[in-house]
Design a protein around this ligand. Structure first.
Ligand SMILES: *Cc1c(COP(=O)(O)O)cnc(C)c1O
Length: 489
């Protein structure tokens, strides 16, 4: 029997506690929809969590009791069936159990000749198939869409900079590098342009049209202007599912433009790339598979537990260029476990990494990709249903047409009341009600409620409940509003 310094003192007692942990955790998820979606942390809990460094332990049981009392109940609610905010996934029990199994194995999943490496290779090939990428495309699982997109932009920079970035960085002489995306591109691009030494001035934000898609003529003009000014365009990026309104760029047009100018074509498909699995909406990603790199989350619309995302890169050599590994301690080995090298550590920033691929492999294998496709289809139908409920109520209005799984809508303020102020107040009241959650965004310069459907637990009843809640709370705010024009409620 193992009895390492940090292993259980009493395996039998620990086994019993571990079984209880599993049972309690499953109970909490099974009944998550019966409890308030969100509640603020009580002062008592905040104070208890601000404890000093525990030099001596209280034992596993006491630590678990503290977890149950202070930690587990106070989440932001994204597991709940009526969580419609931002683009947060709800997770799955099977995915969580796979994470547990992976953590028990605790393999160094950067490489080596071991099962987890072959599982990840397989998972990447499956994901490439779903997204229409070639079977031999390179890929890696990372912590999220931000990191996956970062890797895509890093590969783009090093492939198309026209200089040896690995050796010289961007210190050498050369024309300024510039890249393009619409003004709807997610905030990861700001971080990444800074981290990759490009700077945010290199990030050309191209206007989007009323639907939220990149204006191709404006993009053409921007590239021409940069070329005329002596800059070096190296990459154009598209969005599959913009974070604000769920819009899609015209990928076929972007692919043409990229080919014409020798640019790298990257797509941020954090949640929206998954409409590739939809019977009704797959046309939105037409041309996406022509990208040189594609980033997408598995912890949003694929519903697996945090954290896991994937980046696919068409050519392996391009993928590895920014992530080379040097050092005598990792010399290639002709035999032994290291003979398989470090394929995944050569495709991302991390050297040591966890076995994220297991939850993907297990979910696809156990439930089938069809079950995931059905969940995605149901979310698209929920968005349509909410749009219908909004359309048939004179007090509500869509802020823009529904393109995919995002619905932006407003409660129409009665005369003399500021629409933005009312809807902002309404968003907070929905969030604080604990019954459902929506977030907000700005559409056409005006504040709007925003419901994003990436939740496999949502039912049609939940959507109706949301519409009723919004009407009821909106009515309350409108009834109590002062008459003064433009006054906040
Ligand atoms: C969420 C999101 C990201 C960032 O992904 P993370 O997993 O949160 O790092 C990037 N782009 C879009 C469109 C997103 O919705």
């Amino acid at each position: 029997m193992n009895s390492g310094a940090l292993d259980p003192r009493d395996w039998e007692a620990f086994r019993a506690l571990a079984h209880r942990m599993v049972d309690d955790a499953l109970d909490r998820v099974e009944t998550v929809g019966l409890r308030p979606l969100w509640q603020p942390l009580p002062e008592r809990v905040r104070t208890s969590l601000a404890e000093p460094l525990p030099l001596d332990g209280v034992g596993e049981q006491a630590a678990y009791d503290a977890f149950r009392e202070l930690i587990e109940p106070y989440t932001n609610g994204n597991r709940h069936p009526r969580f419609f905010g931002w683009a947060q996934g709800c997770g799955t029990p099977l995915g969580a159990m796979a994470d547990f199994l992976a953590a028990m194995m605790n393999p160094f999943a950067g490489g080596f000749d071991q099962s987890c490496v072959y599982v990840e290779h397989r998972v990447i090939a499956w994901l490439a198939e779903i997204m229409g990428f070639p079977p031999d495309a390179s890929g890696v699982l990372v912590s999220g869409g931000s990191m996956a997109n970062f890797i895509g932009l890093a590969a783009a920079r090093d492939a198309r900079a026209g200089r040896d970035v690995w050796q010289d960085g961007l210190q050498g002489q050369g024309p300024p590098l510039v890249f393009y995306a619409s003004d709807q591109m997610h905030g990861w691009a700001h971080k990444s342009s800074s981290l990759l030494g490009l700077g945010n001035r290199a990030f050309r934000r191209v206007p989007s049209d009323a639907a939220g898609s990149i204006d191709i003529l404006a993009l053409r003009a921007a590239i021409a202007a940069d070329l005329a000014a002596g800059a070096r365009p190296f990459c154009v990026m598209g969005s599959a599912g913009t974070v604000s309104t769920g819009a899609f760029d015209d990928f076929a047009a972007l692919a043409e433009l990229a080919a014409e100018h020798g640019l790298w074509f990257h797509v941020d498909g954090a949640f929206g790339a998954w409409v590739a699995l939809s019977r009704t909406h797959a046309h939105l990603v037409r041309g996406m598979a022509r990208a040189d790199s594609l980033a997408f989350d598995l912890h949003k619309w694929c519903c697996l537990p945090y954290d896991v995302a994937c980046v696919l890169v068409r050519h392996g050599a391009d993928h590895r260029r920014p992530f080379g590994i040097e050092g005598s301690y990792i010399d290639p080995a002709p035999r032994g476990p290291f003979s398989a090298g470090l394929p995944f550590s050569e495709r991302a920033v991390e050297l040591t990494r966890s076995f994220k691929a297991l939850k993907v492999w297990m979910s696809f294998k156990a439930l089938g990709v069809r079950a995931h496709a059905d969940a995605i289809e149901a979310d698209l139908a929920h968005a349509q249903r909410l749009a219908g409920l909004v359309a048939e109520d004179a007090r509500l209005a869509l802020a823009c047409p529904v393109i995919s799984n995002v619905v932006c809508f407003r409660y129409l303020a009665p005369g003399g009341l500021s629409d933005d102020a009312l809807n902002r107040e309404l968003m907070y009241r929905v969030q604080e009600s604990g019954e459902a959650l929506v977030s907000g965004t700005t559409v056409g310069g005006r504040f709007s409620l925003r419901a994003c459907f990436v939740n496999q637990r949502t039912t049609a009843v939940d959507v109706e409940l949301l519409a009723r809640l919004v009407r009821r709370l909106g009515d309350e705010i409108a009834a109590r509003a002062p008459d003064a024009s433009g006054a906040a409620p």
